[in-house]
Design a protein around this ligand. Structure first.
Ligand code: ZN
Length: 430
């Protein structure tokens, strides 16, 4: 983080001003009007210095004002300081573009590469910390990550060896992988690869083949650019079997549901259950309305799930099938598990906007007074019954009367009125 402004500059400025006022006071005792004071302040405006190293060579004049706070150089900034930055980055091998004094994406990428190699937050902003290091003797020349020699030509999900480990490390250095570097190509690694491919215009299959491998290990491999968190009130995000979320998707503001939800409205199963704040607030409003209609006894069974957790659920299901059917192959167990557990990345629960609600103590939710009320009224509070019986062919999921998804009333009401599932509503029918 380099956005904080150093208070030192402000303090020095105040000290200089005070000293000047004292001096002026001594020379011109009668100078007291506010206008004259203002003139003094105007004259005290610091003159920008192109290079603060030069400051050391300047003998300060008694009335000299301190150098201005060093600006953060970032995309859009122009001038000599940028030129000097580019020169230095070029000298060290990070920058291959033109030294033109214009801080563009190429300069930002070079700054990120420099930051990543030096173990500081790779944000592409050349602030005080980055520049101090860059201009110091500790600045290292650019070292491209070598392609591991024993790497097979293609890496894909299920692989487990040092080649995977190297690819994971590279994805992590570039900011695409958040999980651990464990040599095991799982859902998290696949999501990171898909993010890398999508951002860089490669075909998005989650497999590290020739093109992906070549770019990943090249000097030009770009750092990850995180996409902003979607606004739940904007067009609803579609997550299904053909529209999985990847590691770049971050639910906005997650809250702990047991802490957040009033306990007289709903019992939250699991002390670690989380949900999106906006969706959870809408759920409170829904439950208050239900209570006003005399419908209580709700239970929250599930909210946000990470891709990693979904992978655990999937693995457990596969193990369960294998232990019940010892003759089955792993791939047979895997395809059986896929029918009841959403593949990692394809669950709406990754968004934090979906909740599984049931009636406390009931064996089944369907047919309960809570289920009937929810089916009829959830729309008015921004929720939809996401998986309905007459839409199974489109959603790809069998009906789940307990799974509600927050989309906001701007969308839920027209979806109800026109009997559209989310795929139909968004015109995403592939
Ligand atoms: Zn669900």
């Amino acid at each position: 983080m380099e956005e904080r402004k150093s208070p030192v500059g402000t303090i020095l400025l105040c000290v200089a001003l005070a000293a000047m006022l004292v001096l002026c006071g001594a020379l011109m005792p009668r100078m007291q009007s506010a206008k004259q004071l203002l003139d003094i302040e105007k004259n005290a405006t610091p003159t920008p210095t192109a290079d603060n190293r030069n400051m050391l060579a300047i003998t300060p004049h008694p009335n000299a004002t301190p150098a201005p706070t060093v600006l953060i150089l970032k995309v859009g900034v122009e001038g000599d300081q940028v030129k000097r930055l580019q020169e230095r980055l070029k000298h060290l091998g990070y920058y291959t573009g033109e030294v033109d004094g214009q801080f563009g994406q190429g300069t930002a990428q070079s700054v990120m590469m420099f930051q990543a190699q030096h173990g500081i937050a790779a944000d592409g902003l050349a602030g005080e910390e980055t520049r101090t290091l860059l201009y110091s003797d500790a600045a290292q020349v650019f070292v491209p990550t070598p392609v591991p020699t024993a790497t097979p030509s293609v890496l894909s999900m299920g692989d487990d060896h040092d080649g995977v480990r190297a690819a994971q490390q590279r994805l992590k250095d570039l900011g695409y992988l958040e999980g651990s570097v464990d040599g095991d190509f799982g859902a998290g690694t696949k999501a990171a690869v898909m993010w890398f491919q999508r951002q860089n215009g490669l075909s998005e299959d989650g497999v590290i083949g020739g093109n992906t491998m070549a770019l990943l290990y090249s000097e030009d491999a770009p750092m990850a650019i995180a996409t902003p968190t979607p606004d739940p009130n904007a067009a609803p995000i579609l997550v299904n079997k053909t529209h999985p979320v990847d590691a770049s998707y971050k639910p906005g503001d997650l809250v702990n549901m047991r802490d957040f939800m009033p306990s007289d409205l709903i019992y939250v199963k699991g002390s670690e259950c989380e949900g999106d704040r906006t969706a959870a607030t809408a759920l409170i409003n829904l439950l208050k309305a239900a209570k006003a209609d005399g419908i209580t006894g709700w239970q929250l069974n599930a909210g946000y799930r990470s891709v990693r957790y979904q992978q655990t659920l999937m693995n457990n299901k596969i193990d369960e099938y294998l232990s019940r059917n010892p003759s089955w192959s792993r791939s047979k167990a895997q395809s059986a598990a896929s029918k009841t557990v959403a593949d990692p990345g394809t669950s709406e629960h990754h968004t934090g906007l979906a909740f599984d609600v049931t009636a406390r103590g009931a064996d089944a939710f369907i047919g309960t007074e809570q289920q009937k009320w929810l089916n009829e009224n959830c729309w008015d509070y921004g929720f939809i019954i996401r998986y309905q019986e007459d839409k199974e062919d489109i959603t790809g999921f069998i009906a789940e009367c307990w799974h509600i998804r927050y989309v906001g009333t701007a969308h839920s009401i027209p979806m109800r009125d026109n009997n559209l599932c989310l795929e139909e509503y968004l015109g995403e029918m592939d």
